[in-house]
Design a protein around this ligand. Structure first.
Ligand SMILES: C[S@@+](CC[C@H](N)C(=O)[O-])C[C@H]1O[C@@H](n2cnc3c(N)ncnc32)[C@H](O)[C@@H]1O
Length: 434
């Protein structure tokens, strides 16, 4: 394979002459060329950047020297064929192990390192380049990203790693983080190597490593689990890991029948819908919420809800469908939001944090991933408030600690039933990260 790196700072690439990359180059498993874009500049001052059209601070890299350098790199390739041109940019798609494996199959990869404010947009279009980022942060130039990407591609080339299996067992290769590794001494400062690794029992070691990889991924990168290759044995181990994981924040949900708006923005009391009672209770159980409150102050309505709950708690329903019984056991009927807060205070000793929801955009709303971060990082009792009718009143939303952004699907239509919205909100805040 041939890798070309085009840069205005060729002196930055000394690390590509050390360790495994040096060995790979020495064995001719990869041909690495670092080219100074300045040598393709058109004017006598070797200018590779210029001012921004439309105004703004900083300089942008000119298209002519870069395009000429890419064309020259392509022409120099001994085996012209499958060429990938990669522009490094924080505005690119995120680089990954899967992308490294894809690039490792190409005949030639050409990395273009940006600098200053970046590269003239026409380069991407003219060269049909892929734009890749190494993370959601901004670096001074594309040299470090190009080295990172080239390094991860080179170590996947056949013959580069001594032991062919070592790349297969590393983090990400099967969608999980790698298990912890140990070497001598067996005890260091009182910390011993796990006994199983000294046992010589290959099957026990395999199972231990797999469980540790799953544990680590569950703890640090849950988002990877939804795309990982998981066997039935893995899924069982994950269930055990999830059951043993320390629960930090508790999340509750509450459906308000009062006070809510009607179509004319009058404040009204709505009636119970049996489907909301069941479906939100079932979703709340699926996402392991601490409880589901129905706020309904009207006596007649409370009687109906009480009858329904009794049927599933103690009546025929409880025996006929134990799963439904389990879900509805989370439901608590309260007269007001104040009563919900008092209940949580009494049970947990904590002041609940209120998360309002609305189908309409307003000031100071929080995105789902931001809210998820708050829940994961700030230990508390959170209550998601859902409105019936035409939604929660302005006064309730004002009293919330956070208000979530409206849910949107793919267009502007977002008239969901409250039970659909409840499931989507629970999934976005607590479900598998995608
Ligand atoms: C200062 S950055 C330009 C940032 C650009 N103005 C923006 O906001 O997207 C200069 C160059 O560094 C490289 N770079 C910086 N951060 C990067 C990242 N996270 N991934 C890949 N390349 C990056 C790119 O080559 C970029 O053209």
């Amino acid at each position: 394979m041939r890798i070309d790196i085009l840069t205005v700072f060729p002196e930055m690439f000394a690390p590509m002459d050390a360790s495994i990359v040096k060995r790979a180059r020495g064995k001719n498993l990869v041909e690495l060329n670092i080219t100074d874009i300045r040598s393709f500049a058109l004017d006598k001052h070797a200018m590779t950047d210029d001012r921004l059209y439309g105004g703004g601070a900083g300089m942008v890299m000119k298209p002519e020297p870069i395009c000429a350098a890419v064309e020259a790199a392509k022409e120099q390739a001994a085996k012209p064929g499958d060429v990938k041109v990669i522009i490094t940019s924080p505005a690119g798609e995120l680089f990954s192990q899967a992308k490294a494996a894809e690039l490792a199959k190409a005949e030639q990869v050409i990395f273009v390192c940006g600098h200053y404010e970046g590269i003239d947009q026409r380069v991407e279009e003219l060269l049909e380049a892929e734009v890749l980022s190494v993370g959601d942060f901004v670096l001074t130039g594309g040299e470090l990203p190009a080295m990172i990407m080239a390094d991860s591609v080179i170590r996947l080339l056949p013959g580069v790693l001594g032991d062919e299996t070592s790349a297969e067992e590393e983090s990400f290769s099967d969608g999980l983080l790698e298990y912890p590794q140990y070497t001598r001494p067996p005890v260091y400062k009182g910390f011993a190597v796990p006994e199983v690794l000294l046992s010589g029992n290959h099957e026990a070691i395999r199972v231990w490593r797999r469980k540790k990889a799953l544990e680590l991924t569950y703890k640090r990168r849950k988002d990877l689990l939804s795309n990982a290759y998981l066997t039935t044995e893995d899924k069982k181990m994950l269930e055990e890991i999830a059951a043993q994981a320390p629960k930090n924040s508790r999340v509750w949900i509450s459906l308000l029948h009062y006070p809510v708006y009607n179509k004319k923005q009058d404040i009204i009391n709505t009636s119970i819908t049996n489907l909301d009672l069941h479906d939100i209770a079932r979703a709340a159980t699926t996402y392991d919420l601490a409880g589901y409150f129905i706020v309904q102050p009207l006596a007649g309505q409370k009687e109906v809800i009480g009858n329904l709950l009794r049927h599933w708690e103690r009546g025929f329903g409880a025996r006929y469908n134990p799963n439904r019984h389990e879900a509805l056991a989370r439901v608590r009927l309260k007269d007001s939001l104040e009563d919900v807060k008092t209940y949580i205070r009494e049970v947990t000793g904590n002041e609940p944090v209120l998360i309002g929801t609305s189908a309409q955009a307003r000031e100071n709303m929080l995105g789902f991933s931001q809210m998820r971060d708050v829940i994961e990082n700030k230990k508390a009792d959170y209550v998601i408030l859902l409105g019936t009718g035409w939604g929660l009143t302005g006064e309730i939303l004002q009293s919330c600690d956070y208000v979530l952004r409206p849910i949107y699907g793919v267009g502007v239509y977002n008239h969901l039933s409250v039970r659909s919205a409840a499931s989507i909100i629970m999934d976005r805040l607590l479900g598998e990260k995608s």
